[in-house]
Design a protein around this ligand. Sequence first.
Ligand code: NAP
Length: 355
Amino acid sequence: MPVPASPIPVAVLGATGAVGQTFIRLLEGHPWFRVAEVAASERSAGQRYDAATRWIEGAMPAAVADLTVVACRPDAVRSPVVFSALDSGVAGEIEAAFAAAGRLVLSNAKNYRMDTDVPLVIPEVNADHLGLLATQRSQRGWTGGIVTNANCAATVAAMALAPVHAAFGIERVFVTTMQAVSGAGYPGVPSLDILGNVIPYIGDEEPKIEREMNKMLGRLEAGRIADAPFTVSAHANRVPTMNGHMACLSVAFQRSVTVEEVHAALAGWQGHAICRGLPSAPSVPLRVMAEPDRPQTRRDVDAGRGMTVSVGRIRPDPLFHVKFVALGHNTIRGAAGGSILNAEVLVAQGAVPVA
Ligand code: NAP
């Protein structure tokens, strides 16, 4: 595995937002990457990072506090690896400009996720889909490229479904999510709307959950993805928790499957071998909990430093075959941490030049 002798300089686009701040926290002391540049909108450009940012969680790493925020333009940012936490309203044009300028963009935005030549990756699930980068470069004439990670709720559900789809073949999924307020970014949902309340609507969330899992659990064949052939029905709810998206899943398989078989498939899952030993890979990507009332958002969201998805309450379903609950950290596994792990896989594959 080509390990960098010294940390690779990276930039964070959208560094002032909720996901951008999570990148900054997770990259502090990272053995392979060093935050060299922070970029955001013209409103923030020119200010020191600590002045431009309303910091949300813990202490701001000292190494970035006095960096000057720059504009999100390839001529203002030099790093070869670019983590994007941009608002989707602007991510499309900006990320393409960076990819065309030879940068490797690891994106959290929805804009390119479903493009046929763009990898949509959870490394433990489908690291092989990174092979699409070659197609992307030849089709678009880019020397860099865009690699995306999924919607945060789709990520949690896909990690819990990947082992059972591989083992038994999924036919139908019914999923209800309970999603934390940090999923709406900063400042996000007004406190008077969410305190003591549940909102049964998150704009554009259900279609993302319903389409992205099929791509991620699909197969890379001859330079394109053959989607996994199951149907998903999603209900997405915003709930008054800080971090952590919970997904209650009912699953029908192509054959009758027992609770014991599902338990064994989930508990034994290691994920793609290339992830083992990478700096951000948790020792256990999926943790199966035996307690009847777990996982719980507050107690379990930080498992594996936010990179482990916790699963529990595996039981028979009278309408489908089996139902269970999954929980994952939305801004870590479902966003910044997932992107960083994608970048680590690319380094391990030799796709990022290392000094
Ligand atoms: P956020 O808190 O609203 O942050 C948005 C960032 O985009 C800020 O840094 C903002 O900079 C920057 N920005 C806005 N307009 C810009 C412009 N015209 N030019 C350059 N930069 C601009 O949003 P977030 O929750 O961090 O989400 C970021 C992205 O990740 C979104 O695409 C979101 O859908 C996705 N995502 C979020 C989560 C989650 O759990 N929150 C999970 C998965 C994916 P200024 O401060 O200068 O305005």
